[in-house]
Write a protein that binds this ligand. Structure first.
Ligand code: 13P
Ligand code: SF4
Length: 332
């Protein structure tokens, strides 16, 4: 490792207590590359009166290094709604930034990288939803928050992975349409008597886990606790000890402190939890979300320096999308 410059040395000293927390998941040489940006971001946050919301899939230097609030989609939506900061930086993907803007339209909401999309959100359009409605007259449409603002504007209510069953049952109807994740729809259908009509979307990260993978990991690591995100195929969820949103999985780990665990979800989340719970051994197969990984410290620093890229949602779309999101927040 090259010797640190005096500026970097100062930044390393300023971030020493942060590093103590993540030292087992970030090598010292990498932290040397991060420290300057972390110090600059901490300063810029004060200057801009900015708040950084980070999803559980962000890398540890973001999650533990600069985020003010971390959580799952539901928690980030709630926090965005009540945020008083002038600027909200969304360390997450586009639908999360749009949701923040829709719920708190007077704030500047920044996306550090406009390419941070989502395979689920990309799998359905507003036109597709209108077609579904025409095909199933009178059947309410529930949209996973992993959708564009235009899609949310066409549906009756939103849900997240943490409240999907509750939302579906709150409607008090025999059948619902659920878009766009076919696996979330089937996982919810398995828990309720409501008939769930799915759309054929899938998450490119979670759809790859297979029952064979789970069997192999269990054989390799006896006593392993397996947790699954409900975007995984139902055959995989059926083999897990617990299934829930990213926040619900974190809460499960906090409560149960398994000796060894495997999270069937995006792998940065395991790194973030490993820093929080050194007593838990995480089996960490690589399952990266390429969209979440568009967000970097350098991107966040630039976003705060230049106030890029502000998210906008046309008023007419935002008003209708807000109705679907707020209806969800009222139920959940
Ligand atoms: P959570 O709401 O459970 O955090 O999930 C968001 C997501 O994108 C999962 O892939
Ligand atoms: Fe979308 Fe899957 Fe990435 Fe989550 S992990 S943001 S659902 S592509």
């Amino acid at each position: 490792m090259a010797p640190a410059t005096s500026g970097t040395q100062t930044a390393l000293e300023a971030t020493a207590s942060l590093y103590a927390k993540v030292k087992d998941v970030i090598p010292p040489a990498e932290w040397t590359l991060f420290a300057d940006d972390i110090v600059a971001i901490q300063r810029l946050k004060k200057e801009r009166k900015a708040l950084i919301l980070a999803h559980n899939y962000q890398t540890p230097e973001i999650f533990h290094g600069v985020a003010d609030i971390t959580g799952d989609s539901l928690a980030l939506a709630r926090e965005a709604e009540r945020a008083q900061a002038d600027v909200i930086v969304m360390a997450g993907v586009r639908f999360m930034a749009e949701t923040a803007k829709i719920l708190n339209p007077t704030r500047t909401v920044l996306m550090p990288d406009l390419r941070a999309g989502c395979s689920l959100a990309d799998s359905i359009t507003a036109e597709d939803v209108r077609t579904l409605r025409a095909q199933h007259p009178g059947v309410p449409i529930v949209a996973y928050v992993n959708t564009s603002a235009e899609v949310k504007a066409e549906v009756d209510i939103c849900c997240t992975s943490g409240n999907a069953q509750k939302i579906v049952e709150s409607l008090g109807v025999p059948s619902v349409i659920m878009v766009p994740d076919k696996y979330l729809a089937r996982n919810v259908a398995a828990q309720t008597s409501v008939t769930v009509i799915p759309w054929e979307g899938a998450c490119e990260v979670h759809e790859r886990f297979t029952p064979d993978d789970v069997a192999t990991w269990r054989e390799s690591y006896p006593g392993l606790s397996v947790l699954a995100h409900p975007e995984c195929p139902p055959e995989v969820v059926a083999l897990a000890d617990y299934a829930g949103s990213t926040a619900q999985m974190s809460a499960w780990i906090a409560a149960h402190r398994p000796a060894r665990t495997l999270l069937l979800t995006e792998c940065s989340m395991s790194a973030n939890l490993a820093a929080d719970y050194p007593d838990v051994a995480f089996v960490r197969p690589c399952a990266l979300c390429p969209h979440m990984k568009r967000i970097t410290l350098k991107g966040i620093r630039k976003a705060l320096e230049t106030l890029t890229h502000p998210v906008t949602v046309p008023d007419a779309i935002a008003a209708r999308a807000r109705h679907a999101i707020e209806r969800m927040l009222a139920v959940a």
